[in-house]
Design a binder for this molecule. Structure first.
Ligand code: H79
Length: 596
């Protein structure tokens, strides 16, 4: 969990607002001691960033000698334990002749990108810019003999895209005193402060001096410094560019905005400025044999999901060693940009949605405007928006003149969708209203309806009784591919009950499916689901051991069917039948499936 902790070195959150109520601490707590950076608004409004991982590892593409590696290509030197002296020689033939700064910036612009962050130096220690501090840089050590970062910063400026550098401030596998390389260098002999003094900080100063105004310095993997030392480093860098934002991974809660773990979206709206980072395929740095690219529809939904919780999505692309982006990255980012051309109003400059996630999708908001992101239309086309209290004045399909019928009831807004939606991935509706709409985003009641194939309820929405508690479980499917699951855990006895509040819109029979992991330390137990006076008892099924470096397996266990005869509020509860010292399971989701 150490790694996880490092990731979560988040920024102090500004104020605990209404949306934070009842949420598990881990998501919403923050020291609240720090003053907000005065230059945060552009970042909050930008919503969609482009991350670029580019270094010597891009040329290696996940292959070293006779072995090939999957996931996190930028970790190749570590995984193959390549001696620094040997790795150095990769630079001899690193010559990205196809790099075209104007093209990169143009593609970013057309993709609807609001800021760009590129690796100036990753953990391998190689500087992708002209550094006077180290000879292990693109200018001195490679045949390219140009500074691509000069060209890229200028091209972004020309496109009006805020530009920033990723800089790994502590790990450096090339330097005897840098963090991380224990295969060449004795860790006991390392002088981390000397590394900061002689390479890290001077290089950060170069970056903050020679590339014009920077939007962001994206620090990663803090280490080797106390809070006070980190503060001093920040102060010395701040004077160079007071307007530049520093990411939370600078360490000790001293960043200007909060980054979640790699590939992590928080389960609830989070106040303050924050960012989720994902990569387009399965690796940050280029891997020749990685073809698992997210489709445009996946990017669009991820972006709207993150925006619905109030954050930014920074999506990564890994160009190869010649300077070309993977063809699918260009193609799918441009497709995302096309969607943003029509629907960008529902993303840029928005805040988290005021209505919690519904079976049809999510919401984002602006002053007196609510955007309905329809991912999954109801079978009968009648979209129900609960909690709509403010007076609605119009409902339109964004970027379309086709009128839609709607009516407002005391408890909800109802919209009749057209038979075919303009965009099957995410069609956005704009709801204009007058007056004030209360913020219901923290509301934990889940809509259940027969109009959808199923309703999935994340376990984090349960009220936890007794000792039961929500816990963030981290694990990986392969190297660097982190998964972050919120599960209900610590359920040992009947008093450790989970209670879900439901709003059932349509009566009917529903199959109740529990999605959980049940590790070897959790013996088979009897438990019960209760809903509308009906009891479904079941025996837990085992799924396998938990190990942070392996997949955590879940089973979808159908506990049975309940009959709902009346629409309205219901509760669904889960508890073990008897007490034991062991945990029942780790519950990730409850799924209610209308029986057809
Ligand atoms: O740049 C990308 C990753 O390379 C970087 N962050 C994103 C943006 C990153 N650096 N470190 N990590 C992510 C965390 C990696 C931790 C681990 Fe390990 C690598 C866990 C297992 C392998 C290091 C080595 C710690 C334990 C073993």
């Amino acid at each position: 969990m150490l790694v996880k902790r490092l990731f979560l070195l988040g920024l102090a959150l500004v104020s605990a607002r209404a949306i934070a109520q009842d949420m598990p601490d881990m998501w919403t707590k923050g020291a609240a001691t720090q003053k907000e950076h005065p230059n945060l608004q552009w970042f909050k409004d930008a919503k969609f960033g482009l991350f670029i991982h580019w270094g010597l590892y891009s040329k290696l593409g996940g292959n070293w000698k006779d072995s090939s590696y999957y996931g996190s290509g930028e970790w190749l030197q570590y995984r193959a334990q390549i001696p620094a002296a040997e790795y150095e020689q990769v630079a001899d033939s690193f010559n990205p002749v196809d790099f075209d700064a104007a093209q990169w910036a143009q593609t970013a612009k057309d993709a609807g990108i609001g800021y760009m962050v590129i690796t100036a130096k990753h953990h391998e220690g190689f500087s992708m810019y002209d550094s006077k501090v180290s000879d292990f840089d693109i200018m001195d050590a490679s045949p390219y003999k140009k500074d691509p970062m000069k060209a890229l910063s200028a091209a972004c400026k020309a496109q009006g895209i805020p530009f920033g550098f990723y800089y790994s401030q502590f790990l450096d596998w090339h330097e005897p005193n840098g963090g991380g390389n224990n295969w060449d260098f004795d860790e006991k002999k390392k002088d981390y402060l000397r590394y900061y003094r002689e390479k890290s900080v001077p290089q950060l100063k170069e970056l903050l001096t020679n590339y014009g105004p920077l939007g962001i310095v994206w620090f990663d993997m803090p280490g080797g410094l106390t809070k006070e030392q980190t503060r001093q480093m920040i102060d010395s860098l701040r004077t160079l560019q007071p307007g530049c934002l520093f990411s939370s991974r600078v360490g000790h809660d001293l960043g200007d905005y909060r980054d979640f773990g790699d590939s992590e979206v928080p389960p609830v709206p989070i106040p303050g400025a924050w960012e989720s980072i994902y990569t387009h395929n399965d690796s940050w740095g280029f891997i020749a044999h990685d073809m698992n690219f997210k489709a445009p529809g996946e990017i669009i939904r991820l972006l709207s999901n993150v925006a619905s919780k109030g954050g930014n999505l920074m999506l990564n692309v890994g160009p190869d060693g010649t300077g070309k982006w993977p063809a699918y990255s260009v193609q799918y980012l441009l497709a995302t940009g096309k969607w943003l051309k029509q629907y960008g109003e529902s993303i840029y400059g928005t805040t988290h949605g005021l209505i919690p996630a519904q079976p049809w999708g999510v919401t984002t908001a602006k002053k007196q405007r609510l955007y309905l992101h329809v991912w999954t239309p109801p079978a009968n086309g009648m979209l129900r928006v609960p909690y709509m209290k403010a007076k609605v004045t119009s409902v339109t399909l964004l970027g379309s003149t086709t009128p839609v019928k709607w009516k407002q009831l005391p408890e909800e807004l109802q919209v009749q969708l057209p038979a075919t939606l303009p965009d099957t991935r995410n069609t956005v509706l704009l709801v204009n209203y007058t007056g004030t709409q209360p913020d219901y985003s923290g509301e934990r009641t889940q809509t259940v309806s027969t109009q959808y194939t199923q309703t999935e309820i994340p376990a984090i929405w349960a009220q936890t009784k007794g000792q039961a508690q929500n816990k963030l479980l981290t694990y990986s499917h392969y190297f660097g591919d982190w998964k972050h699951d919120n599960c209900a855990t610590a359920i040992r006895e009947p008093a450790d009950e989970l209670v879900f509040n439901l709003q059932v819109q349509d009566p009917g029979d529903y199959k109740i499916i529990l999605e959980y992991a049940c590790t070897d330390k959790m013996p088979v137990r009897e438990a019960v689901v209760q809903m509308v006076g009906q009891q479904l008892s079941f025996l837990t099924l085992r799924t396998g051991e938990y190990d942070i470096n392996k997949p955590l397996l879940y089973i979808q266990h159908a506990a049975g069917i309940v009959k709902v005869t009346q629409p309205g509020s219901q509760t669904l509860s889960i508890k073990p039948m008897t007490a034991a010292g062991t945990e029942l399971f780790w519950l990730r989701k409850v799924i209610l499936q209308p029986v057809r």
